[in-house]
Design a protein around this ligand. Structure first.
Ligand code: AMP
Length: 392
C-alpha cells in the first residue's frame, strides 16, 4: 500500500499537526543556515493556502537528551518563520502541557510552533502516551521531516497510530522519496556513487548495497584510508582505525567487479590544520596525514564521472571546512554539477560543500537528510515513512 501525500488531503477547516525537520545550525542564537526551514516552506504554505483552520508545527532541535536546554530552543525558528510567512507564529514554552490545548481553542490562534520535542525524553523513546498527547492537537497529521524519518521517535512513528486514514507525507518528503526511488529502482546507467566523509562504520551497509547497483563506487575523504591500508598502501597518521580496516577489507573482497575507485594522490600535512603539502604518491609518509584528495585523484574521478547518467554523492573528499583542504571537494562538486545526469547529493557536510561551492542549484536533488537518505538506500524504506501507512 502506498503512502498518501498532502495533496490527497482535505485540509479545509482542519487543525493540521505537522512534523518538520527544523534542526538548523545556530550561532549566538541566530540561524546560520536556514535551508532546512526554507525547504519546509512549500508544505507550510500549501497547508495554510488550502484552508487549514490551524497549523501546529513541531520539530526536534539538536540533542538536548530529554532535558530543557535553551541552547536548543526553537525560538529563532519561530522568528524566522514569522518573517517568511509574514504572519504571527505563536511559540509555545513546551511541546505538551503549559496550556497548548487551551491556546488552540482561541479563535485567533492560527500558526503555532511547539518548543523542541526532544526536551521530553519520551520523544526519543517513541512513547505512546507522549504521541497521544501530541495527536490531540490535530485532526490531520503531516510528516515532512525527511531528515528525521529514519528515527523511530514518537512524533514521527508512534503518533501515526492515532491518525486513521489522516496521516500524510508532506511535499518535501514526497520530493525526497521520488528522488531516492529514481536512484534505487531505475538508475540510468552508468550509475556512479561517491562516498566520502569520515564514518566508515556508519556507511558500510550503504556501501555494500550500492556495490550491487553501481557501475563505479568512488571512495574519498577519510573513508579512503582504511581501504588504501587494506590494499597494503601506507596512510601515515591519517584517520584510520583498525576496525575500519577490517570493514574495508571485507568490502574489497566483496567487490568482485572491481567497482571501487580510490584516490591516487593526496594533500597532506604534519598535523590537522598544519601547512598543506602535496603528496603525488598513493603512499603517505609515516609522519604525514591525508587531509584532501590530490589533483590526479580529481582528474581520475572526473574522468570516471564524465559518462555517468546517475550520480549519488555523500560525504566530502577531505577536511573541507578548512580552505587548505577544500580543493578536492569543490573540484568534484564542479564536475558533478556540470554533468548531463541525474545528480543527488545527501549528507550535511556534502550539502554544505555544495552550497559553499556555488554549484548547489545545478544538482538535480539536494537531500535534507544525510542519515535518512543513506538508510533509505540501504533498506528501501524508513520507519517514519512506513508508519504513515498504519491507518491507510
Ligand atoms: P561524514 O559525517 O562521515 O560525512 O564526515 C564528514 C567529515 O569528514 C567532515 O567534517 C570532514 O572534515 C571530515 N573529513 C573528510 N575527509 C577527511 C580527512 N581526510 N581527514 C579528516 N577529516 C576528514
Amino acid at each position: 500500500m502506498a503512502i498518501k501525500y498532502i495533496h490527497q488531503a482535505d485540509l479545509d477547516g482542519k487543525k493540521v499537526l505537522a512534523r518538520f525537520d527544523f534542526n538548523v545550525p545556530l550561532q549566538d542564537g541566530k540561524i546560520i543556515d536556514t535551508s532546512r526551514v526554507d525547504r519546509a516552506l512549500p508544505t507550510i504554505k500549501y497547508i495554510l493556502e488550502n484552508g487549514a483552520k490551524k497549523l501546529i508545527l513541531m520539530s526536534h532541535h539538536g540533542r538536548p537528551k530529554g532535558k530543557v536546554n535553551m541552547d536548543y530552543s526553537l525560538g529563532p525558528v519561530a522568528e524566522y518563520l514569522a518573517e517568511k510567512l509574514n504572519q504571527e507564529v505563536i511559540f509555545t514554552e513546551s511541546a505538551i502541557g503549559c496550556g497548548v490545548k487551551e491556546l488552540l481553542t482561541l479563535k485567533d490562534t492560527r500558526i503555532v510552533l511547539l518548543q523542541n520535542l526532544r526536551f521530553h525524553p519520551e520523544e526519543e523513546k517513541n512513547d505512546m502516551n507522549f504521541a497521544k498527547e501530541l495527536a490531540v492537537y490535530g485532526d490531520i497529521y503531516v510528516n515532512d521531516a525527511f531528515g528525521a524519518a529514519h528515527r523511530k521517535h514518537a512524533s514521527v512513528y508512534a503518533i501515526n497510530t492515532f491518525y486513521n486514514k489522516e496521516a500524510y507525507g508532506g511535499l518535501l518528503l514526497e520530493q525526497e522519496v521520488l528522488a531516492l526511488n529514481k536512484i534505487l529502482m531505475s538508475p540510468k546507467k552508468p550509475f556512479v556513487a561517491i562516498v566520502g566523509g569520515a564514518k566508515v562504520a556508519d556507511k558500510i551497509k550503504t556501501i555494500e548495497k550500492l556495490l550491487i547497483n553501481v557501475d563505479k563506487l568512488i571512495i574519498g575523504g577519510a573513508m579512503a584510508y582504511p581501504f588504501l591500508k587494506a590494499k597494503g598502501q601506507r596512510v601515515g597518521t591519517s584517520l584510520c582505525s583498525e576496525d575500519d580496516v577490517i570493514l574495508a577489507t571485507k568490502i574489497l573482497k566483496a567487490d568482485r567487479g572491481n567497482k571501487i575507485e580510490l584516490p591516487c594522490d593526496h594533500i597532506v600535512s604534519e598535523k590537522f590544520g598544519g601547512t598543506p603539502e602535496s603528496c603525488s604518491s598513493v603512499n603517505i609518509n609515516d609522519d604525514k596525514m591525508g587531509l584532501d584528495i590530490g589533483p590526479s585523484s580529481v582528474s581520475k574521478f572526473s574522468q570516471i564521472l564524465s559518462t555517468a547518467k546517475t550520480v549519488l554523492w555523500n560525504g566530502p573528499m577531505g577536511a573541507f571546512e578548512n580552505t587548505d583542504y577544500a580543493a578536492g571537494t569543490y573540484a568534484l562538486c564542479e564536475t558533478i554539477a556540470n554533468l548531463d545526469a541525474f545528480t543527488l547529493v545527501g549528507g550535511g557536510d556534502s550539502v554544505s560543500a555544495a552550497n559553499k561551492s556555488g554549484y548547489a542549484d545545478k544538482f538535480s536533488h539536494i537531500s535534507t537528510g544525510g542519515g535518512a537518505s543513506l538508510e533509505y538506500i540501504e533498506k528501501g524504506e524508513l520507519p517514519g515513512i512506513q508508519a504513515l501507512k498504519f491507518g491507510v
